[in-house]
Design a protein around this ligand. Structure first.
Ligand SMILES: [Mg+2]
Length: 205
């Protein structure tokens, strides 16, 4: 079956040819057209937000917003076509580069087309080993939270050695250590719960 973006490119090109009466690609017009449609999207959002805030003025609909977003995508396809940009490849490449740059595991793949060998190896690995990829970056926050234990111990250390020489008795030190132990028991438990939750998600349960 024909890929949707390929269909958009093919039919949109044919309509452009008819509409412009054979004038050919016109990126200056098309970029201006996209700017106009982007403004129309923003104008509908402005009216929807105005209503959401209970402010006076004209109203609009989500259905109309869908129309304007569609117009913007159609214009972008025309503009990309003028510069012979493969929209699908460009979106996949840029989306994945942004994920890599910001440490997200979310990646797009080009179904049906020739994949690069690394992507194929990765896809095969995850197909065999990991039925559904769990977002393990969600562990980052709890791990960093547990790491705070070193800073907390250092605070106590500095207090004992420098700030309060002879003023902190063994009971106070013991109580502080016990508090730290209980707090970090909870933090590690919460991190482990998160880890279990991600494992279940990964196994598709
Ligand atoms: Mg429009």
């Amino acid at each position: 079956m024909e890929d949707f973006l390929n269909q958009l490119r093919r039919v949109n090109a044919a309509r452009w040819e008819a509409w412009s009466e054979g004038r050919g690609e016109d990126p200056l017009f098309q970029s201006n057209e996209f700017g106009g449609e982007a403004g129309e999207v923003m104008n509908v959002v402005k009216k929807l937000e105005r209503e959401a805030r209970g402010w006076r003025g004209s109203r609009d609909t989500v259905e109309h917003l869908g129309d304007e977003i569609a117009d913007a995508i159609i214009c972008l396809d025309s503009l990309a076509r003028s510069y012979k940009i493969d929209l699908k490849e460009a979106v996949i490449r840029k989306f994945n580069a942004t994920s890599d740059k910001n440490d997200f595991p979310h990646k797009l793949t080009s179904e049906g087309g020739q994949k690069n060998p690394l992507t194929m190896v990765e896809d095969q690995f995850f197909a065999e080993q990991v039925p559904a990829r769990a977002p393990f970056y969600e562990l980052e926050q709890p791990i960093m939270g547990c790491w705070n234990v070193t800073e907390d111990i250092n605070t106590l250390f500095v207090h004992v050695i420098e700030a309060a020489v002879g003023k902190l008795d063994n009971d106070e030190i013991a109580n502080t250590l016990l508090g730290l132990k209980n707090l970090y028991d909870m933090k590690f438990q919460q991190m482990f719960n998160k880890y279990e939750e991600l494992l279940k998600k990964q196994a598709g349960r």
